[in-house]
Design a protein around this ligand. Structure first.
Ligand SMILES: Nc1ncnc2c1ncn2[C@@H]1O[C@H](COP(=O)(O)OP(=O)(O)OP(=O)(O)O)[C@@H](O)[C@H]1O
Length: 618
């Protein structure tokens, strides 16, 4: 059983408490807390000595306790030994004991109460703060998780950098494209890891970097053709947008969104190359086509070489021998002896036959010889891109007709291009590779042209690797009947006419004529005869009248100067006869057995003007 005397109750009381004899105001007992508060010698002392108040107030308090059974007051301050008086709350109750009535007083220091109150409030605040913080944390981590999910789902590489250029986040696509993991990059200088060099190996100063500018100078940068360096050392071509990001008003860094465009760039490059190639091919094909059309319509192109004369047979053997090699061929022979025909035969029998034989008539060059030979490119929006004859002949054969007529100033340049097998179009700085086989021909004595200083010796040697000299028709008269029949057949086929007979008389007539114009002249004579022949026999007319006097073989040897003068005289005489008409049947070209272009070029070269033949005529 617990002893429930007032003194023992005091001991159980969890606050400092006393029992006071109200009659004497003496402290009868004090529990341990009260003894600690008031000092060990408090029992027996007057209660008032520990209170900062007068006896009257204490009597009022005791009366109130008496009256209400229990009462409390905060009117007193407690005087504890060694301390300043402190505010306190006294709660009193009366009890009757065998020793008389006692006033039980519980003492509570208000500062202690306040401290408890504060602690309680702090605890409450702390508890609610913790909860709030937890809620916020959950919210943010959920937000972050969602953001991360979104970032990771993005196909573009995304990374963030702070204002010091250090990586703050990096999404999965970025890690996959770069080969660098988040651990490799987070908190480190991104520029130094992935953006430190240009593609050509030059260092990339971070101050020049558009990403750096976006978080230093608050600038959105869009870049299309830079590289990021992968962990394995390989560059990837990227396009990126770098945008400054703000924390409130403060620039906090930048976010970079990038895409790997290596494949795209590679496809673009290939496409570009393919387009350029297609352009070049189309260009070449168009020009080749135009050229061939021209050839077909202008030339009476048939490549069958007719003739049984030993000279022709020897020529055919030479053709057979040289065709499969890539050796340059120089064909010489009088006008109309079949130089073009033999050149075509060499090309046709060569491995280059699948490609064209491109002709350049040096006796009839246009004004812009350079562009014609080497091609040109569009400069400052003027002119057109055009391949020259050399380029057109790439992979095939270049046939240089009447090479002796090529002006001296072009001979060196042509030789260089042919020897180096490269060509640079006028206005261009790109060298284009060539693969050409050269066949040249001339009706002049080229070594004599070299001696006279009109033709470069080095070009002569370059061209004259394999010479083929054609024999004039007058020295192989046995071929005249064959050729006449051949030309007649062609002309009839062309004009869709029945083939008239060639009488022996006509053959005799043809064989006794000296043929200064050679096979071409024979061809023209046959064509004219076909026009004038109405019956089934071919009528050959006016052979002698068409014979130019200066070419008649009279055994006299002419000097070069005399020969030129005679040539001019002959041309003028011929023009006089035709009334200045060069082309067409009965024109000067036909009469002389020359191609029209050759004749026009000679008229120009010798400076023959209409006044000359008109004056001679008048
Ligand atoms: N042996 C031949 N067989 C068949 N046709 C020939 C023969 N020789 C020449 N011809 C024909 O004669 C014409 C003139 O020949 P080609 O144009 O080849 O002579 P060329 O020597 O090149 O003349 P030019 O020096 O005036 O350019 C052509 O129509 C050609 O086909």
């Amino acid at each position: 059983m617990t002893d429930l005397s007032p003194d023992s109750i005091l001991d159980l009381w969890p606050w400092p408490a006393l029992s006071v004899d109200p009659a004497t105001d003496r402290i009868c007992a004090a529990n341990a807390d009260a003894a600690r508060l008031l000092g060990p010698g408090a029992v027996g002392e007057r209660f008032l000595t520990f209170l900062d108040g007068d006896a009257g107030e204490l009597v009022v308090f005791a009366d109130a306790v008496q009256h209400y059974g229990r009462y409390w007051t905060r009117e007193f301050r407690l005087r504890c030994p060694g301390e300043d008086a402190c505010p306190c709350e006294l709660t009193g109750a009366f009890v009757e004991t065998p020793d008389g009535s006692r006033l039980l007083v519980a003492l509570v220091r208000l500062d202690e109460l306040q401290a408890r109150q504060d602690r309680t409030e702090t605890a409450v605040l702390h508890r609610s703060g913790l909860l709030e913080w937890k809620r916020t944390q959950t919210f943010f981590s959920e937000l972050e998780r969602q953001n991360q999910l979104i970032l990771d789902a993005a196909g573009e590489g995304i990374y963030g950098i702070n204002a010091d250029g250090q990586t703050t986040f990096v999404n999965r696509a970025a890690q996959e494209m770069l080969g660098w993991s988040a651990e490799d990059l987070l908190g480190r200088d991104t520029h130094a890891i992935i953006h430190h060099r240009h593609l050509n190996g030059d260092p990339y100063d971070h101050r020049d970097c558009p990403i750096y500018h976006s978080f230093r100078n608050e600038r959105v940068s869009r870049v299309e053709d830079e590289v990021f360096w992968r962990k394995d050392g390989r560059p990837i071509q990227v396009e990126y947008v770098s945008t400054p990001i703000y924390d409130g008003q403060v620039l906090a860094g930048a976010v970079v969104i990038f895409r790997d465009i290596t494949d795209r760039k590679e496809s673009e490059r290939r496409l570009h190359e393919a387009m350029a190639e297609v352009d070049a091919l189309r260009d070449r094909l168009e020009q080749e086509n135009a050229y061939l059309q021209e050839e077909i319509s202008s030339a009476r192109a048939h490549y069958d070489v007719v003739g049984q004369a030993p000279a022709i047979q020897r020529t055919l053997k030479q053709v057979e021998l040289v065709a499969p090699t890539d050796a340059n061929v120089l064909i010489t022979g009088e006008s109309g002896t079949g130089k073009s025909l033999i050149a075509a035969a060499v090309h046709k029998a060569s491995d280059r036959r699948r490609r064209s034989m491109i002709r350049l008539d040096c006796a009839a060059l246009p004004e812009n010889i350079d562009a014609e030979l080497f091609g040109q490119i569009r400069v400052n929006g003027r002119g057109i891109d055009k391949a020259g004859r050399l380029e057109l002949a790439h992979g095939g054969t270049l046939f240089l007709e009447e090479i002796a007529d090529l002006p001296l100033e072009f001979q060196g340049r042509l030789l260089n291009a042919l020897r180096d097998q490269t060509v640079t179009r006028i206005g261009d700085d790109r060298q284009r590779r060539l693969n050409l086989r050269i066949i040249a021909c001339t009706s002049r004595n080229l070594s004599r042209e070299v001696m006279a200083g009109r033709f470069r010796e080095d070009l002569y040697f370059f061209l004259n690797v394999f010479p083929i000299a054609l024999t004039p028709l007058r020295e192989r008269t046995e071929d005249i009947p064959l050729l006449a029949a051949h030309f007649l057949r062609l002309a009839c086929r062309r004009t869709n006419r029945a083939e008239p007979r060639i009488t022996t008389g006509a053959i005799r007539q043809l064989m006794s004529y000296p043929w200064p114009g050679n096979a071409r002249e024979l061809e023209n004579v046959i064509e004219r005869a076909l026009i004038v022949s109405t019956g089934d026999k071919l009528r050959i007319e006016g052979l002698d009248a068409a014979l130019p006097p200066a070419r008649r073989p009279d055994g006299k040897v002419l000097t070069e100067q005399e020969f030129r003068a005679a040539e001019v005289e002959n041309l003028v005489a011929c023009l006089k006869l035709t009334g200045g008409r060069v082309a067409g049947p009965g024109g000067a070209a036909e009469m002389l057995g020359l191609r029209q272009t050759t004749l026009y070029s000679r008229i120009r070269k010798f400076g023959i003007t209409p006044e000359m033949w008109a004056a001679e005529g008048g």
